[in-house]
Design a protein around this ligand. Structure first.
Ligand SMILES: O=P(O)(O)OC[C@H]1O[C@](O)(COP(=O)(O)O)[C@@H](O)[C@@H]1O
Ligand SMILES: [Mg+2]
Ligand SMILES: [Mg+2]
Length: 342
């Protein structure tokens, strides 16, 4: 380890220091959020290490069960879910948990309750686990006034009520991206220090993009606006160069690239999946929150994604996320198709 180089690095802003600085702006704060976040970070470090060692520790492949979504669970889906449930409950700052991998919401025992609801996708991009492609964890945080009588309905809040959201990407490096409502910041795990260091301050998505990201394998089932938008990416009518297609198949990785490079990521509704595939509470909302905080937009095809009010905890929603101008184009296509009664 090059201690001298590290000692000279004055920019070593750890995420803990960053959040404590943020917290100092709220004199009334008791540090509950900082404690909750430290437990989420611990969970991410644990899962990052488990992902890195998965092949060695025989943690690749299927777990043998099916989750509430009807998907075959991967061993790492189960491991990461257990890690986050334990970490979140032991923080003593949560009262209700919603996980992609568990059918019912977890109501935290009264003695361990705090004011936060955490909705999370413990491992996103499960289809990419066994081939070592980037995967991640996604989370959203809400608050509750009445923790004593908390029930599952308390999680059915619109995305615009989130107080924080983020993801951790397990890729070539482990990157943690967070917003608490004052912009978006990215931190990279320094494995030798075991610390997340600020490496992407104040992320702002470019207003336009040269990339589009969608599973074109679903194209035959798409609606008119989606078909027209993708057609225009490939054969632009205004003479501009065609956009390039980038699709990893892990929402965390596709969104991370979109935040940094610009462009659009979409999982539209189609005739096969009339509500799309991605889950509102722990995929669509957190990513929409981050996208808006970075200057982009998030649209469902009908409305601003964050304005949707979920009816059930595992509801799905179509979603278009990305650069401001790209989503404006998509909105226009939907408005026109509506006007033409399509
Ligand atoms: O294979 P498809 O249909 O393109 O779906 C890919 C999408 O499904 C997901 O893998 C769903 O998330 P999970 O892996 O958490 O179930 C997203 O990460 C990704 O964007
Ligand atoms: Mg997911
Ligand atoms: Mg998942």
């Amino acid at each position: 380890m090059d201690h001298e180089a590290d000692a000279n690095r004055t920019d070593l802003m750890t995420i803990t220091r960053f959040v404590l600085n943020e917290q100092s702006k709220y004199p009334e704060s008791r540090g509950d959020f900082t404690i909750l976040l430290s437990h989420i970070l611990l969970g991410c470090k644990f899962v990052c290490s488990a992902v890195n060692k998965a092949g060695l520790a025989n943690n690749l492949g299927l777990a043998g069960d099916t989750n509430v979504q009807g998907e075959e669970q991967k061993k790492l889906d189960v491991i990461s879910n257990e890690v986050f449930v334990k970490a979140l409950i032991s923080s003593g700052r949560t009262c209700l948990l919603v996980s992609e991998e568990i059918e019912d919401a977890i109501i935290v025992p009264p003695a361990l309750r705090g004011k936060y609801i955490v909705v999370f996708d413990p491992l996103d991009g499960s289809s990419n686990i066994d081939c070592g492609v980037s995967i991640g964890t996604i989370f959203g945080i809400y608050t509750v006034k009445d923790t004593a009588n908390v029930a599952v309905e308390a999680a059915l809040q619109s995305g615009s009520s989130l107080v924080a959201a983020g993801y951790c990407m397990y890729g070539s490096s482990c990157t943690f991206v967070l917003s608490t409502g004052n912009g978006v910041n990215g931190f990279t795990l320094d494995p030798s220090l075991g610390e997340f260091i600020l490496t992407h301050p104040n992320i702002k998505i470019p207003k336009k993009g040269k990339l589009y990201s969608v599973n074109e394998g679903n194209a035959k089932n798409w609606d008119e606006p989606t078909t027209k938008y993708v057609e225009n990416c490939k054969f632009p009518k205004d003479g501009s160069p065609p956009k390039s297609l980038r699709y990893i198949g892990s929402m965390v990785a596709d969104i991370h690239r979109t935040l940094l490079y610009g462009g659009i990521f979409m999982y539209p509704a189609d005739m096969k999946n009339p509500n799309g595939k991605l889950r509102l509470l722990y995929e669509v909302f957190p990513m929409s929150y981050l996208m808006e905080q970075a200057g982009g937009q998030a649209f469902t095809g009908k409305q601003r994604a964050l304005d949707v009010v979920p009816e059930k905890i595992h509801d799905r929603s179509p979603v278009f996320l990305g650069s401001y101008d790209e989503i404006e184009q998509m909105k226009e296509l939907y408005a026109n198709s509506k006007a033409n009664g399509e």
